[in-house]
Design a protein. Structure first.
Length: 110
């Protein structure tokens, strides 16, 4: 099997979407690479490792958000499970009723 020809020069680095650029010194690298991260009160600052320019401030994830989303997910799961259970009980009861009705009709014909 042969490889298709490369669309661009394989020696040139491919930029990722999560690349940060410093406007102070033109340094660039992925967000999870060599940027200095400074945790402040409610946010994280991404600082250039070359010239110490603050590139961006991003909010810290709130610990309470996770606590609120778990019960919502469980409520949704429980609600869906109950609907399926009710539907299966309903089908089971209606099937039993249909069988009972058909057997009583057959008994009357005899």
């Amino acid at each position: 099997m042969t490889r298709p020809p490369p669309a661009r020069d394989e020696r040139s680095p491919v930029r990722r979407k999560s690349t940060l650029f410093c406007w102070g010194c033109d340094h660039e690298s992925p967000v999870d690479d060599d940027w200095n991260r400074r945790v402040q009160d409610r946010h994280v600052e991404y600082v250039c490792p070359v010239c110490e320019t603050t590139i961006t401030k991003r909010p810290l994830p709130d610990g309470n958000d996770r606590e609120r989303t778990i019960p919502v997910a469980w409520q949704r799961t429980l609600r869906t499970t109950m609907r399926v259970w009710r539907a299966s009980i309903s089908v089971g009861v209606s099937s039993a009723t249909a069988v009972a009705d058909s057997s009583s009709t057959a008994d009357r014909r005899r």
